[in-house]
Write a new protein. Structure first.
Length: 186
């Protein structure tokens, strides 16, 4: 329906309902309707543009990943002086001693470390660093949860058995009553 036809229909409808002039109201309604449609069209277009950009970014990322795979080696991370010093401090703090620096055939530098367990340190170091028990704690919690669920299930099974027995006894009792009533009638 075109704007002129729409306008005529609205004017006729409203003028039948009221005696006051409806032209300004209809103009305002049509203007707002046009604004709303334009806004909806723009939003839809923005959503489409964002989707297109997202697809392009994904394609570029995929292309970069395939290029890196084709080269056969990942991009090397270059450490600044501060990062190297911080790394060395951490290694020294946690007791890793650098054994060797080996250059591979690719030209990359590999560091081979001697860990704490290779050093035969005193047991006082072991006391200072507590054992990581997270996995053990999680395992115990899961075991407790399982045993609790098992106990709950056993209770429920026992309760169901008792209820069934009670219902059976009630049925028998009711059966006897009806039999007595039947005998009395006769």
């Amino acid at each position: 329906m075109e704007d002129d036809e729409r306008r005529e229909v609205i004017v006729e409808f409203l003028s039948e309902a009221t005696d006051q002039p409806v032209e300004p109201l209809v103009d305002e309604l049509l203007r707002r309707n046009a604004e709303w449609r334009e806004k909806a069209r723009r939003q839809e277009e923005e959503v489409k543009q964002k989707a297109i950009q997202a697809v392009k970014l994904k394609e570029q990322d995929a292309l970069k990943a395939t290029i890196l795979q084709q080269e056969g080696k990942p991009a090397k991370k270059q450490l600044s002086k501060e990062e190297k010093q911080a790394r060395e401090r951490l290694l020294a703090q946690y007791g890793y001693d650098l054994d060797e620096v080996v250059e591979t055939a690719d030209g990359e530098v590999e560091f081979i470390y001697k860990g704490k367990k290779d050093d035969k340190k005193s047991s006082s170091d072991e006391v200072l660093l507590p054992k990581n028990r997270n996995a053990e704690i999680v395992k115990q919690a899961e075991q407790a949860k399982r045993s609790q669920a098992q106990a709950d299930h056993q209770k429920q099974v026992q309760r169901n058995k008792e209820l069934q027995e009670k219902q059976r006894l009630e049925k028998e009792k009711e059966k006897r009553r009806t039999m007595k009533k039947e005998k009395r009638r006769m």
